[in-house]
Design a protein around this ligand. Structure first.
Ligand code: PGA
Ligand code: ZN
Length: 435
């Protein structure tokens, strides 16, 4: 039972130099904990709404003073002196206080900062590690750490749109520890940086999540660069390292189709292109291979590649339990990209996670492209037993805060890194379905 003494918030800057919100939750008994929240750039339409001030004279309209004022005013006043039995009770109270379906009145940024700072304060009140507290909240008994999927090369909205697809991620596939995974990744990152300098004459210019943004002309060229870097670093592609793609297809889907370089592909052709990638390259996960409004084509993609690759929904699902249930019914995906700020409270994200998992889906817990130095996402990935953790590259402190926290949890728990999930079975030719 936690009794709230006060909530305070302030505007801070995220890794893009844009405002975000940090809240401090103080409980009776002098327990205080803070939490900072991230922000996306390649957002799905159904995401909960961050409250931005919209004043063009401050941070181009991105200011968060109104969100901060809601924490210091409405949320503080409504919760002061109140006791909450658990996280769900607290989060439901905030949801009702906001009163909108998309959290646009108080702001999803204000609400999430309060939700997570309350969780941290409660963990500290009961004297347990945050990951342990998260696992109790979701009724999960974790015994492994998530496998890392690390952003090596970026295009799309995270870099200069030089190539349509958003991220090529490398996955250290056989490492038993986070420590070893990071070491292997360092080798490949250095090899990729050298290769890109030599081939494209490009110095280390980093995309939003710390990935490299070489001027590749096609997705295939970008994938080949990643594979070459793996080989140059002395690792075997397909066994020691595999790949994951975040296609982020919503962001190059037009009325005419998928604008992939000089091609404009129909949904059927896009599915076929992805099938070829998965067949030719050691890819174990495809995120947002299709656009968020192309629901009819997703089941075809799943049929085509689902036996050997994860079909991950990000923009399609926005961590929204209702959309996830639809995707389960219509057989669209076999994995959920879980981003807590897409839905706005820990309780709703836990519900999304549990719905997806009970249908046999894998869970990839992801941070955002605009992040802060806060590390709670690492605790969440462990506590909720995520299969994968998608945290950007291994440069930049907002990413390293989370990797470094994983190293600490690894030391505390001795948990091994979970086995890679895809079986890479041969693609079974599906029965044709028309769109
Ligand atoms: P975002 O993108 O954080 O910029 O929205 C990340 C992703 O698409 O996975
Ligand atoms: Zn994505």
């Amino acid at each position: 039972m936690s009794v709230i003494k006060q909530f305070r918030a302030r505007e801070i800057l995220d890794s893009r130099g844009r405002p975000s919100v940090r809240a401090v939750c103080e409980l009776e008994g002098s327990i205080k904990a803070s939490a900072s929240v991230p922000s996306g750039a390649s957002t799905g339409r159904a995401e909960a709404r961050e409250l931005r001030d919209g004043d063009p004279r401050r941070y181009g309209g991105f200011g968060c003073r109104n969100a901060v004022a809601h924490v210091n005013g409405t949320i503080h006043a409504a919760t002061q002196g109140k006791s909450f039995a658990n996280q769900a009770e607290f989060d439901r109270f905030l949801i009702a206080l906001d009163g909108t379906t998309d959290k646009s009145r108080l702001g999803a940024n204000a609400i999430l900062a309060c939700s997570v700072s309350f969780a941290r304060a409660s963990a500290s009140e009961t004297g347990v590690e945050l990951w342990h507290h998260f696992s109790g909240m979701a009724n999960i008994c974790p015994n492994a750490l998530p496998r890392l999927t690390i952003n090596l090369l970026s295009g799309g909205k995270h870099a200069g749109q030089q190539v349509a697809i958003q991220d090529v991620l490398i996955v250290p596939a056989i490492s038993a520890t986070i420590d070893e995974s990071l070491l292997m990744t360092y080798d490949v990152y250095q090899a990729a940086a050298g290769l890109i300098l030599k081939r494209y004459g490009m110095r280390l210019l980093r995309a939003d999540e710390g990935g490299l943004g070489p001027p590749c002309r096609t997705p295939e060229e970008m994938i080949e660069v990643a594979l070459e870097a793996i080989r140059l670093a002395g690792y075997k592609e397909g066994s020691e390292f595999v790949l994951a793609l975040d296609v982020a297809a919503s962001h190059f889907h037009t009325r005419d189709g998928y604008a992939l370089g000089s091609d404009v592909l129909s949904s059927q052709e896009m599915v076929e292109r992805i099938r070829q990638w998965v067949e030719v390259y050691p890819i174990v996960s495809i995120e947002d291979g299709l656009a968020e409004d192309d629901w009819a084509a997703w089941p075809i993609l799943l049929t085509r590649i689902g036996r050997r690759s994860l079909v991950v929904g990000d923009d399609l699902l926005c961590t929204d339990p209702v959309l996830i249930e639809r995707a389960i019914r219509e057989r669209c995906c076999n994995a959920l990209l879980l981003k807590v700020n897409q839905v706005g409270t820990l309780t709703e994200a836990a519900e999304a996670c549990s719905i997806a998992r009970s249908s046999g889906w894998q869970i990839a817990l992801s941070v955002r492209s605009g992040e802060t130095e806060d590390d709670w996402a690492a605790d969440l990935a462990v506590g909720w037993g995520a299969n994968q953790f998608k945290n950007g590259s291994i440069t930049q402190s907002e990413r390293l805060a989370k990797y470094n926290r994983l190293l600490e949890i690894e030391e505390q728990t001795g948990f091994p890194v979970t086995q890679i999930c895809s079986s890479r079975e041969p693609i079974i030719e599906p029965t044709q379905r028309s769109l």
